[in-house]
Design a protein around this ligand. Structure first.
Ligand code: CA
Length: 587
């Protein structure tokens, strides 16, 4: 019943604004308006929780395909998108910066848009895209040449198209954009090329730039075309000119906490990877080598781009532990308003939503080697001998000491989003149990060239599994259960009021688990690997579930010894949509 009241309220609001189509109210109430999915994360808090329970533990074994859609062509790899569903249409992005509009009832294509990509784009980690954003009568997405494109949602015609940054310098864009109060808010990719991480807000109507906020101290923000404020304090935590090419890419986009009116974006690794070049290799003069705000989460005012707070998960970063993983706003069982994030560095953090202050941290993978724990201020307790050595200290100055570090640089968890269940109060975290040999090398910055100063080989930590989906109690850090998978998990998770946890594996299985026990209740082989993100919605009283299937992403490209667990898998590009036939859903 709630749904109909909400829909009516949204309709009234729409009538009083200039916008047809999707309104701010639609975006705000995405979780409870279960007949559509209009945000990345199924709510801008990124909970990926649906209050729908038509499909539940009792009847999920009756879940069958309703339709499947091929993305076609020869560009079949790395399908990481979350679909959007609005007004009878599903919008899904594909690899190589493509977008499709599909009749959500039948699976028939309505239109397709292919971005014309220039020669020389520099995506680090496959030609992927993670999804669209919708507002008014436009549907938006980022392209691999670092542009944002607005398309008419009915025709697929370009409404506007803006350059975010220079692809020749290594910038690209792959995350789903975030829309708040008529502003479309995006980040940038390119942390392996010595770019500078930035958050950008554009007017969703015409693409005019409203503000920018760099993530590296010393760089100036802008507001309405003029300089606003400096990020941090010049050279407070960076030596010399290293901040100028300091990394901190905002490549996974952000979340929005409506209760505190705060955008939360993460910043990736400081550049280059060789931490000794950034004073991070040994503790120098207090926190001089922390390299703010790389490897941090940053709370930002959506109105003007000013920083409200920051929390650095990995100061003195030296293992490529990007701080970009999604920050989920939720209320715990005791009624506390919290953020949670599962960092690349292997720790699950809980922060206070008012000010980003540290509440707790606990390991969500088994063999963390670079730190022995997190202290009461939220700062890691470093294991100094587990930092890759300084090449300048080696006999020929060319290669520092090789160490084995866990987790690997692809992280205890990478980009693939976790889910929070309002039903159980637990988080469901797609993690990987792996480590790496890593060493440092000399490097100097050169525009458009990889800026690492490091070499590496990823290795599994266990014979029988790398992937590990864990149910985690955010109040205690306790693991309620663990579901092991041979290959590394690389796709998103979704929970429902029906007591189900949906996710896919690189081996191609789309799976529903029991949210309380981790027991496998249902699975379906989709024909290629799953690195996409599930959604659910209802239409004419029936609940639907969709997932994109198509192998790829960073693991086959960067996985070292681990790549053999996935590189035999067939490429693909299919949207699968499922439902429980009406008669079988009634129990
Ligand atoms: Ca990185």
């Amino acid at each position: 019943m709630n749904r109909f009241i909400m829909t009516a309220a949204a309709g009234i609001l729409a009538a009083t604004t200039a916008h047809a189509g999707v309104t701010e109210s639609d975006l705000k109430n995405d979780q409870t308006m279960t007949n559509q999915v209009v945000t990345n994360g199924m709510g801008r808090h990124l909970q990926r929780y649906s209050p729908l329970d038509t499909i539940n533990k009792e009847n999920v074994d009756n879940l069958v395909p309703a339709w499947a859609f091929s993305m076609g062509g020869e560009k079949q790899r790395g399908q990481e998108a979350q679909p959007i569903v609005y007004d009878g249409v599903m919008y899904v992005t594909g690899s190589y910066s493509r977008m499709y509009a599909i009749d959500v009832m039948t699976g028939k294509e309505l239109w397709q848009y292919d971005a014309r990509l220039p020669e020389g784009i520099l995506p680090c980690c496959d030609v992927i895209n993670r999804g669209a954003a919708i507002y008014g009568d436009n549907i938006y997405f980022g392209t691999l040449d670092a542009r944002i494109v607005a398309l008419d949602r009915k025709t697929g015609k370009v409404a506007w198209r803006k350059k975010i940054a220079d692809y020749k310098a290594g910038y690209s864009y792959t995350a789903a954009p975030l829309i708040v109060d008529g502003k479309i808010i995006v980040g940038n990719s390119g942390g392996e090329f010595g770019i500078v991480g930035m958050v950008y807000a554009y007017d969703a109507d015409n693409g005019d730039l409203i503000w920018t906020r760099p993530m590296i101290e010393g760089h100036m923000g802008t507001y309405m075309g003029k300089e606003s404020t400096m990020t941090g304090e010049l050279n407070a935590t960076w030596p010399g000119d290293m901040w100028k090419t300091g990394g901190g890419a905002t490549w996974l986009g952000g979340s929005y906490d409506a209760d505190t009116d705060t955008l939360v974006f993460g910043a990736g690794n400081p550049a280059p990877w060789n931490s000794h070049l950034r004073n991070a290799g040994t503790p120098v003069d207090g926190n001089k080598g922390d390299n703010l705000y790389a490897a941090s989460r940053v709370g930002i005012d959506p109105e003007n781009g000013e920083i409200k707070w920051h929390f650095q998960t990995t100061p003195r970063e030296g293992w490529d532990y990007d701080g970009v993983n999604e920050v989920v706003a939720y209320t715990d069982r005791s009624g506390n308003k919290r953020y949670a994030t599962a960092d690349r560095n292997g720790y699950f953090y809980v922060l206070n939503r008012e000010d980003g202050a540290f509440v707790s941290a606990s390991p969500f993978v088994k063999d963390i080697s670079w730190a022995s724990g997190i202290d009461e201020t939220g700062r890691p307790i470093f294991v100094e001998e587990n930092r890759p050595g300084n090449p300048a200290a080696s006999a020929d100055g060319k290669k520092g000491e090789v160490i084995f570090a866990s987790p690997s640089f692809l992280g205890g968890k990478n980009w693939m989003p976790m889910a929070f269940s309002q039903k159980t109060g637990n988080f469901y975290v797609p993690s990987n149990e792996w480590g790496m040999d890593i060493w440092n090398e000399p490097i100097t910055y050169k525009k458009g060239a990889a800026y690492l100063g490091a070499g590496f080989t990823i290795k599994p930590n266990y014979e029988d599994h790398i992937g590990s989906l864990k149910a985690i109690d955010p109040e205690t850090g306790e693991w309620k259960w663990e579901f092991k998978n041979d290959a590394p998990l690389w796709g998103g998770v979704m929970t429902t009021a029906g007591g189900l946890v949906f996710f896919g594996t690189p081996e191609g299985e789309f799976i529903a688990l029991d949210d309380e026990t981790g027991e496998k209740l249902w699975s379906f082989q989709t024909g290629s690997g799953i690195v996409g993100q599930p959604i659910t919605w209802e239409m004419d009283g029936e609940q639907y579930v969709s997932i994109v299937s198509g192998s790829g992403g960073a693991v086959p490209l960067w996985g070292g010894e681990v790549a053999k667990k996935v590189n035999y898998l067939n490429q693909g590009g299919m949207v699968w949509t499922f439902k429980v036939p009406r008669q079988m859903a009634q129990n």
